[in-house]
Design a protein around this ligand. Structure first.
Ligand SMILES: *Cc1c(COP(=O)(O)O)cnc(C)c1O
Length: 370
């Protein structure tokens, strides 16, 4: 080969490292020669309850129509979300996961010479989306693992077009309250788009976290992104959405793939949105599991970062890489976060009670305290 196709890639892409997902259950099962059913995966913040039965039923009803393109405008899901979010349908953008929304924002508003501001320990997709379009990503040092909103404000300059903030944040689980958000939004220049990523907000609603939607009327530069991957339990289907001004939604719609959300995902999301019992159970399981893991960590003399998500970052007394590997050998998949600059932490998703117990027992064994 005489051509160097890496060198031919656009500069931002040449320097990218691919996103590293949680290890799939089937992959570990193959490597260890184990039954998948014996493996506990607490690595990707998935809902341990499995999908809502109502979502499954909606998918089955949709199967006969698989030869047809999906509704590219997502009429029904947008209408349902608009009712739920007290917004107009033209303020809603649907995405192939909320990841898609983040990409649409980057493609529509960023380019070489422009920059986006986010926090240290921010979701790994922000720097990837920003770099892929040749823009500069500015990671602002965190404070106590969470967003330092004042420092983020100070990092904004004339070339800043987007700020990404996540509440709660992944992988740290940290959060900020309504006053902090209000003060931040009042000071961000109007021409800077604020992407408020609320992928985990359903786990924290009604607590001391702000509901991003209630700031939209006052701040036309705000976009709130949410997902069906976490509390709604539909990660495999890839469906997320944003709520913002109709003007910004129109811009995103111009760069969107015509059929970016498939018909099974559309149908399942509509059904999941109606299943309030499922959502309530998801929260109960999460609250109980969080308490179970915290108690287990305390018993092991480990510290953790308090979290409002469906996961928790535990701090080890040593490098986390070998502990992660040893846990795999026990059939327990968690998430190493060294790539985030957290080499002594592991991020553990909240599972069912027996999954959490197995994880804690494996951790005790691996740390020599079992
Ligand atoms: C999981 C996650 C998302 C959403 O992922 P999708 O499955 O693409 O909707 C977005 N932001 C954060 C911070 C997440 O952790």
């Amino acid at each position: 080969m005489s051509c160097d196709f890496l060198a031919l890639a656009v500069p931002g892409v040449q320097k990218l490292s691919p996103y590293v997902p949680g290890k799939p259950v089937d992959e570990l099962a193959r490597e260890l020669g184990l039954e998948p059913a014996h493996i506990v995966k607490l690595a990707s913040n998935e809902n341990p309850l499995g999908p809502s039965p109502r979502a499954l039923q909606a998918i089955r009803a949709e199967l006969d129509e698989l030869t047809r393109y999906p509704d590219g405008n997502g009429f029904e899901l947008k209408a349902a979300l608009a009712r739920r979010c007290q917004a107009a349908p033209d303020q809603i953008t649907l995405g192939n996961g909320s990841n898609d929304i983040l990409d649409l924002v980057a493609r529509a508003y960023l380019a070489p010479g422009l920059n986006a501001v986010f926090s240290q320990y921010a979701f790994a997709v922000y720097p990837i989306a920003v770099q892929a379009v040749g823009a500069e990503g500015r990671a602002v040092p965190a404070r106590d693992w969470g967003h330092d909103l004042d420092a983020m404000l100070a990092a904004i300059d004339d070339a800043t077009r987007v700020v990404f903030i996540a509440n709660p944040n992944n992988p740290t689980g940290t959060w900020f309250g309504p006053d902090a958000l209000q003060a931040f939004l009042r000071q961000v220049p109007e021409r800077v788009l604020v992407v408020l990523d609320e992928a985990y907000i359903e786990y924290a609603e009604g607590d001391d976290l702000p509901d991003g939607l209630s700031y939209l009327a006052e701040h036309p530069n705000l976009l709130v992104s949410r997902t069906f991957s976490k509390a709604y339990g539909l990660a495999a289907l890839r469906v997320g959405y944003s709520v913002c001004s109709a003007e910004i939604a129109d811009v995103l719609n111009r760069v969107r793939q015509p059929f970016n959300v498939n018909s099974l995902a559309l149908a399942a999301a509509c059904a999941a949105l109606e299943d309030e019992d499922y959502l309530a159970r998801s929260r109960q399981v999460n609250d109980a599991g969080m308490a179970q893991l915290e108690a287990g960590f305390a018993a092991l003399d480990l510290r953790w970062i308090p979290s409002r998500g469906n996961f928790i970052a535990v701090e080890l007394d040593r490098e986390a890489g070998p502990v992660y590997q040893a846990l795999l050998a026990e059939g327990v998949i968690v998430r190493p976060v060294g790539g985030y600059g957290m080499p002594r932490h592991l991020r553990i998703s909240i599972g069912l009670p027996d999954e959490n117990a197995r994880c804690l027992a494996a951790l005790a064994k691996v740390l020599g305290r079992g």
